[in-house]
Design a protein around this ligand. Structure first.
Ligand SMILES: C[S@@+](CC[C@H](N)C(=O)[O-])C[C@H]1O[C@@H](n2cnc3c(N)ncnc32)[C@H](O)[C@@H]1O
Length: 396
């Protein structure tokens, strides 16, 4: 280690931080690897006092500064062009001194760049210049903040049992809501539901898509079933259908119906996309699309404890055509040891909101087994942080 040209390494990292090369930005795998490695290196280099500064102060300050900037529509104000402090004070009507402190903070955290006495929006914060995403961040933040705050006392009150009842998690403790799971809360709060769906539609941007992990196009070309009404693909609990849209976009030549299913209040807001059919369907009820080639579930099972997962899969098992239909589960496949920060963040998220979990391969195997299904193959994420795919078939 001591033989490493450290000065050179540091200077290269500083250059990348200022202006990441296009070749790096274009390669999701390399970009992720470097991002994770530099974050891990940063943590390994922290002194104990710096850990406390980060955990107790810097992390909340970063989140809160971004939230205030969203409230001031500061990112939208910087969407098209750089602006001076005076121009931004005029647009936002905020006190000039306060705004200067906020911008300095945003710059320190990389949300804006200071250039020629002006401020420029960082490329990685562009999404927040879109009011749809800014509003989604605000409404979801207002919900997640109190829920996370409630988690320690909620777990203490259960004597640290693993949460397993979606009607009794930190969310219910935070909002004093009894007998309503997150989805029931969403159904009563369309702004919040839309906020989560909006964020979810980008959650995995940069993560591998199913077509990056396996030759799904070749699998979907299989018409050996001879069905008149050929359904190639059913995206079960597909939200706004962004994964199906990306798949159709990648392989426009693929034949058959491509269907996105979700609950009515979600599917009614899904975009109309040529070649993709939106369908209202509750996945705990009988699956109306029988004998499709592929039933795809992305980030669906992680929303539920084990028993409802088994029920969802059993409904699919009933309509699968033996020797033809397959299930593709696109989720974090958490290793027993060495899990990524994103995997454990999502795991805590699921625990807090839904008494649910991200799962190991073994836990998925148990759930599939209980539903009369078996794992055919696991396709791991190449970057070690994104979700992988479990291909499952009927257990004969
Ligand atoms: C975490 S999101 C994943 C959405 C999408 N698959 C994706 O990858 O972005 C879970 C989805 O399951 C949907 N959902 C929850 N309960 C459902 C039910 N009973 N029937 C159908 N969809 C449901 C939610 O509305 C939400 O869109």
């Amino acid at each position: 280690m001591s033989s490493l040209p450290l000065e050179e390494l540091i200077s290269q990292l500083e250059t990348i931080a200022r202006d990441p090369p296009d070749s790096l930005v274009a390669s999701d795998t390399l970009r992720s690897r470097l991002r994770i490695a530099s974050r891990n290196a940063s943590r390994s280099l922290e002194k104990p006092a710096e850990v406390i500064q980060r955990v107790l102060l810097a992390q909340p300050v970063e989140s809160i500064a971004i939230r205030i900037a969203v409230d001031l529509q500061l990112f939208a104000a910087l969407a098209d062009d750089k602006k001076s402090l005076d121009e931004l004070a005029q647009t936002t009507k905020a006190d000039r001194i306060l705004l200067g402190r906020l911008l300095r903070t945003l710059s320190a955290f990389g949300a804006v760049v200071e250039a020629d006495s002006c401020y420029v929006l960082s490329a990685s914060y562009k999404l927040l210049a879109d009011p749809k995403f800014a509003n989604a961040l605000a409404s979801c933040g207002d919900f997640l903040g109190p829920a996370y705050q409630a988690l320690p006392s909620y777990l203490a009150s259960t004597k640290y049992q693993n949460p397993s009842d979606p009607n009794n998690t930190a969310v219910q403790a935070a909002f004093n809501t009894k007998d309503k799971d997150l989805f029931a809360i969403f159904a009563e709060n369309p702004t919040l539901a839309q906020g989560f769906s909006t964020l979810m539609s980008t959650w995995g941007d940069g993560n591998s898509l199913i077509q990056d992990l396996l030759p799904i196009n070749r699998i979907l070309e299989d018409r050996s079933d001879g069905f008149d009404t050929h359904v190639a693909w059913v995206d079960v609990g597909g939200g706004y259908g962004q994964k199906t849209i990306a798949l159709k976009h990648a392989f426009p030549e693929l034949q058959g119906h491509f269907i996105v299913q979700d609950l009515p209040h979600i599917i009614s807001n899904a975009p109309e996309t040529q070649g993709v059919e939106n369908m209202s369907h509750d996945f705990f009820t009988e699956q109306p699309i029988k004998g499709a080639k592929a039933y795809y579930l992305r980030q669906v099972l992680h929303d539920f404890p084990k028993e409802p997962c088994v029920r969802i899969l059993k409904e699919l098992r009933k309509v699968m055509k033996s020797g033809y239909s397959k299930i593709f589960i696109h989720e974090q496949i958490v290793p027993e040891y060495g899990a990524s920060v994103w995997a454990v963040t999502q795991d805590f998220n699921m625990m807090t909101l839904l008494a649910a979990a991200e799962r190991t391969g073994e836990q998925f195997a148990e759930i599939l087994d209980d539903a009369g299904l078996k794992i055919v193959r696991i396709y791991p994420a190449p970057d070690g942080e994104s979700e992988g795919i479990i291909e499952a078939d009927i257990m004969e």
